[in-house]
Design a binder for this molecule. Structure first.
Ligand code: ATP
Ligand code: MG
Length: 214
């Protein structure tokens, strides 16, 4: 398919994150979602100014965008969007999903891909009951993860919203191989001169070291 072609009935994965920096945890999760849910593409969307505070040093939106481009360059189904880095002010998922809906049209189905822990925070996002009607969620988890908290979240979400569009199919659980990689740990490793090799793509590793990002 030609680059960024828009067709009817597309299945689009949205991988939102700070990507400070992007690592193999993100990439494996996106690839698994692409395959398990037969998505047409996954769009990585680095946040501009995250509404939730991050710990440690936050690289500039442009550097985080560029690292995400480098990390995804070899995958023909992965794309990176500037929607959030280009937007002034705080980044809210609801605004991003609305913008994507406008681009891809009403026939598109959106799957917001998150870690199982991140999805538990959805109630703290702006307009969660609206977001859940606009896209489905894929919560990535390790095999054997205790799912009771996600079941609780479903109850809460479906409790606050009598909207018939919201069904049990709004949140899917996806098992991925255990990956204890996190951006926080990578930043910590850089600060304390421990290895980061093999936790993230080599190009990203070279870029962040060359530019002294962390
Ligand atoms: P930080 O440690 O700075 O919070 P992070 O590694 O959690 O960074 P984010 O950019 O915050 O990365 O995460 C973006 C998305 O990717 C979130 O939905 C998060 O749950 C998910 N994610 C992060 N790391 C992993 C991992 N190792 N496996 C699966 N999903 C992950
Ligand atoms: Mg995180």
């Amino acid at each position: 398919m030609a680059r960024l072609e828009v067709k009817k009935n597309m299945k689009i994965g949205i991988m939102g994150g700070t990507f400070n920096p992007i690592h193999y945890g993100h990439l494996v999760t996106a690839e698994e979602a692409l395959s398990q849910f037969k998505l047409d593409r996954v769009i990585f969307i680095p946040t501009g100014q995250p509404p939730h505070k991050t710990t440690g040093k936050l690289a500039s939106p442009e550097d985080r965008y560029l690292m995400t481009v480098m990390a995804t360059a070899s995958n023909s189904h992965f794309f990176v969007s500037r929607i959030e880095t280009a937007r002034k002010g705080k980044s809210y998922t609801i605004d991003t999903v609305k913008e994507l809906k406008f681009t891809y049209g009403e026939s598109a189905t959106f799957y917001f891909i998150t870690g199982a822990d991140a999805i538990l925070e959805i109630l703290t996002w702006k307009n969660p009951e609206e977001i859940i009607t606009m896209c489905k969620f894929i919560a990535a988890t390790r095999p054997g993860y205790n799912l009771s908290r996600i079941e609780e979240l479903k109850k809460k979400l479906f409790g606050i919203n009598a909207n018939p569009q919201v069904t049990k199919d709004s949140i899917f659980i996806m098992e991925i191989p255990a990956l204890a990689i996190s951006s926080t740990d990578i930043r910590e490793r850089i600060k304390t001169s421990r290895p980061i090799k093999y936790l993230l793509p080599e190009s990203v590793c070279n870029y962040l070291l060359k530019n002294d990002l962390y």
